[in-house]
Design a protein around this ligand. Structure first.
Ligand code: SF4
Ligand code: SF4
Length: 197
């Protein structure tokens, strides 16, 4: 990809990404780099740089971020948040970036393996439902250990859970995503950097 130019940047990108204002203090970033320095992913993958990602959100470097593999590397350990001197919640920002990427059909390969679990949760109120045989074995083990029986989920609770999925649009969204519509993600993030960081 060619080096991005000013016209490629979006002044509204931060507002778009943080539509729910989960990370309202991004402008307070000191660019100290503690987040990157303490990140286990950055230690193993030098191209991964939370500080740079924050800068790109702030400057509206939309395509570089949403088309990049880098935003799928974080595993939400929250080490960056714990160490940040101004309490910027980078893991939440990452969640929002991924949401924006998926809305553009990027990174679907990371989302699709969880689709069946999410739809299962909608149906049964649990992401994992054991087979009758496994369930009996679990009950037996719980009895032997003297702990409460397998927790039952009432039909009313299941109905309410399904309604939440449906009314929020989650069910329709889950059913619509499929690999056939996936756009590729680029593994190189540093290519075409404005800053050269
Ligand atoms: S640790 Fe916090 S202030 Fe420092 S660069 Fe990271 S987000 Fe910005
Ligand atoms: S939450 Fe993500 S970016 Fe932050 S330290 Fe952990 S892996 Fe790195």
């Amino acid at each position: 990809m060619s080096r991005e130019r000013e016209k490629d940047l979006s002044g509204d990108f931060y507002a778009e990404v943080d539509a729910y204002q989960l990370v309202p203090n991004l402008s307070e970033c000191l660019a100290c780099g503690k987040c990157t320095g303490g990140c286990p992913v950055a230690a193993l993958t030098p191209s991964y740089n939370p500080r740079q990602i924050i800068r790109d959100v702030a400057t509206g470097n939309t395509d570089k971020l949403l088309e990049s593999e880098e935003i799928w590397r974080c595993f939400w350990c929250a080490g960056c948040y714990m160490g940040c001197p101004v309490d910027i919640h980078f893991p939440l920002l990452m969640m929002e970036l991924r949401y924006r990427a998926v809305a553009r059909n990027r990174g679907l390969k990371y989302i699709l393996p969880f689709k069946k679990f999410a739809l299962r949760a909608r149906q049964d109120g649990l992401t994992f439902v054991p087979s009758p045989k496994s369930r009996e074995r679990i009950m037996e083990l719980r009895r032997d250990m003297g702990v409460t029986p397998w927790p039952e989920i009432s039909d009313k609770a299941k109905e309410e859970y399904a309604a939440l999925f449906d009314l929020s649009g989650t069910t329709a969204w889950l059913e619509a995503i499929e690999m056939a519509s996936a756009e590729p993600v680029r593994s190189t993030y540093s290519e075409g950097r404005i800053t050269g960081e």
